[in-house]
Write a protein that binds this ligand. Sequence first.
Ligand code: PLP
Length: 382
Amino acid sequence: MNRIYLDHAASTPMLPAAIDAMRPWVELECGNPSSLHENGRRAKAAMDEAREVLADSLGCLFAEVLFTSSGTEAANLAILGSALANLEGGRRRILMSAVEHHCVLHTEPILRKLGFKVDLIPVDREGAVDLNALDDLLGDDVLLLSLMHANNEMGVWQPISEAFSMARGHGVLIHCDSVQSYLSKDLSEVEADLITLSAHKVNGPKGAGAIHIRAGIKLQPIQVGGGQEREMRAGTEDVAAIAGFGAAVRAHRKDPSLMGGKRALRDAFLDALNGSDAALTIADRHRILEGHAHLRFPGFDAETLLIALDQAGISASSGSACSSGSLEPSHVLSACGYSPAEAKEGLRFTFGWPLTPEVAKEAAHRLLDVVARIEATRASRR
Ligand code: PLP
């Protein structure tokens, strides 16, 4: 049976262009980009090429893009680096939405030890931040707002334009976790001071992330040692992964259908589920990421379905990759007001290159078969 991978929000297959760009740095080249000799200069040139591609995609300056090892590290640097650089000021509160990725939410205990108070912004039933609540929470004692562009679990787009302009009015620093939205939306329009990205979500390799730090914004590094990445992120860079990241971004920009094709895949899947008991958590497809389908079969916990789907050759997820395998109810669905039992029912199917609409449709049929089989087994036990 052919396996169908529908977990593109967790990680994506690498584009051939990304593999080709990495190959010399794995097979042949050994230069350290900090070395002054020719091997080192070649490594630095490969990184600079990738930095140029990312800066161009973000509509920012070359020097405003720094590489990290992951989206997680980039978000940690954005949040903890902002806090550490502002220990002396009077701004002691940090706001983040209740549905942020754990790489944002789990900075809270460290921020608390540093003397900051974290306030979570509540969300509506579809996971979008409540702008009235944000308005109430904002004040001149707030240092930073961390609000993701699109949620990795339900896929909902956050109202970032409104939220960020409200925050600006109070002189608040703004971090936007754009790991899920990168290359789906034009980030040059995102009015944030700090934007964080990850290579493996855009058909690049694992092991590379990036942070855009707007010129003039001061962060304190959270990793110290050598002077790499403008002394903001010590440690010898993974040149192969960074070269692969740049090549993947370049390939997407050259061929927008690689990203643009996601909608047709997702729609083929959802259309094939029409008339079934699948309950979409967000009915309006324009409110969610193009390649995202998030749903529940009420009464069926996600873990049972995911195991049965795996046996039926479908790789899907219940939410963020970092928490898959855990029995905990989803923090995202809980924040949306779902009961603990319902918050264990969320299923995430995410689509992308090189799937076809026919395969997406077949996946939907296999899902319906799995649900029908489990239902029949339950009925026979009653
Ligand atoms: N932010 C979001 C919204 C994510 O979905 C993820 C990964 O799932 C991350 C951050 C972390 O990125 P990485 O896997 O590169 O650490």
